[in-house]
Design a protein around this ligand. Structure first.
Ligand SMILES: Nc1ncnc2c1ncn2[C@@H]1O[C@H](COP(=O)(O)OP(=O)(O)O)[C@@H](O)[C@H]1O
Ligand SMILES: [Mg+2]
Length: 268
């Protein structure tokens, strides 16, 4: 469904590649987690999937991003706009980056349906019924009441669910989630399999992907250094950096160790 080949992105000519010869694929219904510490190139990879990085400074130096065989890197802007939100939807960590504070939940969901769901008739009754059903799918209680709410009237957890409802309402082929929050992962776990889409999950925390990611790719300084089935990688990590990341998973009863304690010098 999605195939990324040799993706290389640089922000400054002659500078280091933020994403360096990265290749991976995601099948329909499959979840791939990209795990790496801060600055390793995860968010740049996530944004690149629909060419969201500002160019310049970003430059796609090499590679292909094939969505069902179509290379998004050679698609004109008009084509990319249809892909964004429609075929590839994002869930960002902070609901405030997605939700508009001056619009009700209904108005924002309405916009999504108008743009991406020609199957839903454009009348109030049909739209509201669809919105209520989408909100119900992500576990929002009293959805009829939430229709009239503004984002600030929702708890953080509810707002997060609305963000996910907005993404899922597009019926994307691929959902890209750049997040570190355990609650979102729990919600994804609950929803997994419901829509049959592929998921690109991005996090620095190996501890939250269990039971969710089918495969995991480990990113280090712009490169994928290891990839495999989640159980295999967790059980027998091959790269020393992967091992260091796994050692950072907090053990029950132990204090959370910080990623910053990874000794880079020891990895070379
Ligand atoms: N707009 C930008 N301009 C210049 N450099 C950037 C920009 N965005 C990201 N980078 C660089 O790309 C690298 C990868 O960043 P990022 O993907 O955000 O890391 P991560 O999400 O893994 O924490 C970093 O070295 C970062 O400084
Ligand atoms: Mg990031």
């Amino acid at each position: 469904m999605l195939e990324v080949r040799h993706l290389t992105i640089r922000f400054a000519p002659g500078g280091p590649a933020a994403v360096d010869d990265v290749s991976f694929s995601i099948g329909a219904g499959e979840t791939l987690a990209v795990v790496g510490e801060s600055g390793s190139g995860k968010s740049v990879t996530a944004l690149a999937m629909t060419r969201l990085l500002p160019e310049p400074p970003a430059r796609y130096e090499r590679g292909e991003i094939l969505l069902e065989g179509r290379d998004l890197l050679t698609l004109p802007e008009s084509g990319l706009r249809a892909v964004r939100g429609g075929q590839i939807a994002y869930v960002f960590q902070d609901p405030a980056t997605t939700l508009n504070p001056v619009l009700t939940i209904r108005a924002q969901m309405d916009e999504v349906l108008a743009l991406h769901r020609p199957d839903v008739p454009a009348n109030r009754r049909a739209r509201d019924a669809e919105i209520v059903s989408e909100l119900t799918e992500v576990g929002i209680t009293e959805p009829e009441k939430r229709l009239r709410a503004y984002p600030h009237e929702l708890s953080g957890g509810m707002a997060q669910r609305v963000v996910i409802a907005m993404a899922l309402a597009c019926r994307p082929k691929l959902l890209v989630a750049d997040t570190v929050q355990r609650q979102i992962m729990d919600l994804f776990r609950e929803l997994k399999g419901k829509f049959g889409m592929g998921i690109l999950l991005i996090t620095h925390n190996f501890g939250i992907i269990g039971g969710l990611a089918d495969r995991v790719a480990v990113m280090f300084r712009g490169r994928l250094v290891e990839e495999g089935k989640t159980g295999d990688v967790l059980g027998a990590p091959q790269h020393p950096y992967t091992r260091a990341l796994i050692d950072c998973i907090p053990k029950l009863g132990a204090h959370r160790r910080r990623l910053a304690t990874i000794d880079h010098a020891s990895l070379h």
